[in-house]
Design a protein around this ligand. Structure first.
Ligand code: ATP
Ligand code: MG
Length: 350
């Protein structure tokens, strides 16, 4: 008996299509070892589509994407400052609209320093942690506005929304994940001494859920202190749970200390499977290197491993991770073309 998985593929903009081509090659080589049959549907979304049609993501697109089991996304967004693209229209109208409409309340971002990969830190130690970033609330909800815009008295508000429901479900996910990991450690990152309302809610929920997980040790760091420890002692972290904005910033830092943005994978997950989860590299469309085969497809390939893991194919996911690890350890500092990296990883899996 085979199991069919309908996959919506959104290559997107810039280096998106280049890295997704390699990720799809890897998926195609590894899937025959499982009982999965993957039906892929490409979706032409992003800057080009917006410039052609004025559409970013229609209700029809959203409905069509929702009928899939999962989404593989490259990257979307144009050159910063492009006068044809209003600020945020692609990020808010496409990426955040997908995350919010499909209720991706867990944004999962693992960080490991693979053997052979050079970290900019002198003594990083053994780094293997996961950031569980809340994905549907915080200051990213688009709740706010500007008063007296364009005047010297302008007031711009961006409201951070934190609901008991939204915080509790992501905190529970983080505890569940910590309980399954070897070190069983959870760190809440926030700024409870200044953002006292949201901070209090997050702290109280973490304390309450902690009672159900006596095997998980819990600690707390302010976001500013967390950035210090990411650099001075990243090995101390196991599972980190944090809000949408802090998680965004912290995971770019995590990518930087673990070998670069070209290696950082992520999953936007709806753990209930009521909506398709979406797997994507942490990086953006990188217009500065697009079309030159300079992008590292590793992050997109590791996102495929996260996808396989999400659907219970841990062994297939481990094969992809191992092939990436072997490639990274052999790669050293040599610079290779996007497709050469993909081909080398595929060759190891074949
Ligand atoms: P976004 O807001 O969409 O996340 P960003 O402004 O953070 O975008 P990126 O597109 O992620 O920017 O690019 C940041 C830098 O990292 C650029 O210099 C880019 O060339 C580089 N970069 C991003 N992805 C890769 C990759 N896969 N391989 C190599 N370099 C990359
Ligand atoms: Mg970014």
């Amino acid at each position: 008996m085979s199991r069919t998985l309908k996959l919506a593929v959104i290559p997107g903009d810039g280096i998106g299509p280049e890295v997704i081509a390699e990720a799809v090659k890897v998926l195609d080589i590894v899937v025959p070892s499982t009982d999965l049959v993957i039906e892929k549907t490409p979706f032409h979304l992003g800057v080009e589509r917006f410039l052609e049609t004025g559409d970013v993501l229609s209700e029809d697109d959203l409905a069509a994407i929702s009928r899939h089991d999962a989404i593989l996304l490259g990257a979307v967004g144009g050159k910063p400052g492009d006068p044809r693209i209003p600020a945020g229209i692609i990020e808010r109208g496409l990426l955040l609209k997908l995350r919010f409409s499909l209720d991706h309340y867990v944004n999962l971002r693992p960080t490991t320093i693979f053997p052979g990969v050079v970290s900019p830190l002198a003594h990083p130690g053994t780094v293997d942690f996961v950031v569980v970033r809340e994905g549907t609330e915080g200051p990213y909800v688009g709740n706010g506005g500007a008063l007296r815009q364009g005047t010297p008295h302008e007031i711009a508000n961006e409201l951070s929304v934190n609901t008991a429901f939204g915080v509790e479900r992501v905190v529970r996910y983080a505890f569940e994940l910590a309980a399954k990991r070897e070190r069983k450690k959870l760190t809440l990152v926030h700024k409870t001494n200044v953002l006292v309302n949201a901070g209090s809610l997050w702290s109280r929920i973490v304390d309450a859920v902690a009672n159900e997980y006596p095997q998980v040790s819990v600690d707390y760091l302010h976001i500013d202190a967390a950035t210090i420890f990411f650099v001075t002692d990243p090995a101390r972290f196991d599972v980190i749970v944090t809000d949408n904005l802090f998680g965004d910033i912290l995971t770019d830092l995590a990518a930087a200390i673990s070998g670069g943005i070209g290696l950082a994978a992520s999953g936007n997950i709806n753990p209930t499977n009521a909506f398709p989860s979406m797997f994507e590299p942490v990086h953006g469309s990188a217009p500065d290197i697009a079309g030159q085969q300079k992008a590292d497809p590793t992050a997109a390939i590791l996102s495929v491993a996260l996808l396989l893991e999400h659907f219970g194919y841990a062994e297939a996911a481990a094969r992809v991770n191992d092939a990436v690890a072997a490639d990274l350890s052999e790669r050293g500092t040599t610079v290779r073309r996007t497709s050469d990296i993909g081909d080398a990883i595929v060759a190891r899996l074949a």
